[in-house]
Design a protein around this ligand. Structure first.
Ligand code: ATP
Ligand code: MG
Length: 214
């Protein structure tokens, strides 16, 4: 089953930690978690969620599903851990250590979910810098791979048609080839679950999951 999304041998037996972040609010972190978790589950993967946002939107959403996702601590046998974070860089964990430092250094994939626009980019830059500095503190072979995920792309607009490469360069992180369009079904996944996402919208999320775990 794992071959269908091209996972490596190792990734079948070890947990793959996917961290979703941006200290800019409202960029689509929680939606991305919902979409990715649903897509991975839809192709038969074991998925566990971790929600570090005090608002607990991801956790609440999961509880509303006919089959809620498992939460922290049950995923050591392999599969995927999808981790949502609040729009803040300054939270500490129970040991007094910066929460994002621990999460970034422990993740296999780090996704900075960003929107297009000058203000949005400027607001995402501190997180992009934070990711780079934080990864530089640990040995290269222990570092996860960090990417920008462009979200809410409106392909028909001038903004949506621009070359995204310089924007990723400004942030200093490679961008995922797969972007997420601005689509109503992505917004309404909170009510409909994965079943409300069909056709191209669903295919795009599956592409995204594939690219992230490849
Ligand atoms: N690709 C998309 N298409 C349409 N709507 C989207 C998309 N991504 C996010 N949204 C909408 O944008 C809003 C913010 O999304 P979401 O709550 O996922 O962001 P967030 O980064 O988790 O926010 P916060 O920083 O407050 O935690 C929501 O209304 C959501 O439905
Ligand atoms: Mg959120």
């Amino acid at each position: 089953m794992f071959l269908d999304i091209g996972l490596s041998y190792l990734e079948v037996f070890f947990l793959v930690r996917i961290l979703i972040c941006n200290q800019k609010g409202g960029t689509g972190k929680t939606r991305t978690c919902m979409l990715l978790a649903s897509a991975l589950r839809a192709v038969g993967k074991s998925v566990v969620l971790e929600d570090h946002d005090p608002q607990q939107s991801l956790a609440t959403w999961s509880q509303s599903l006919p089959e809620p996702f498992l939460f922290e601590g049950n995923a050591e046998e392999g599969g995927f851990l999808v981790i949502d974070t609040p729009p803040r860089l300054d939270l500490t964990d129970h040991t007094g250590r910066n929460l994002l430092t621990r999460l970034v250094q422990g993740a296999d994939r780090i996704l900075l979910v960003a929107e297009l626009g000058g203000l949005e980019l400027a607001a995402a830059k501190p997180m992009a810098d934070f990711i780079q500095h934080t990864l530089a503190e640990i040995p290269a072979d222990q570092r996860g791979r960090a990417f920008v995920l462009w979200n809410k792309i409106q392909a028909r607009t001038k903004e949506g048609k621009q070359d995204l490469a310089p924007l990723a360069e400004y942030l200093g992180l490679p961008a995922l080839r797969t972007t997420l369009p601005f689509l109503h079904p992505y917004h309404t996944i909170q009510y409909t679950g994965w079943a409300g996402i069909t056709g191209e919208a669903r295919a795009r999320v599956l592409d995204l999951a594939l690219e992230i775990v490849a």
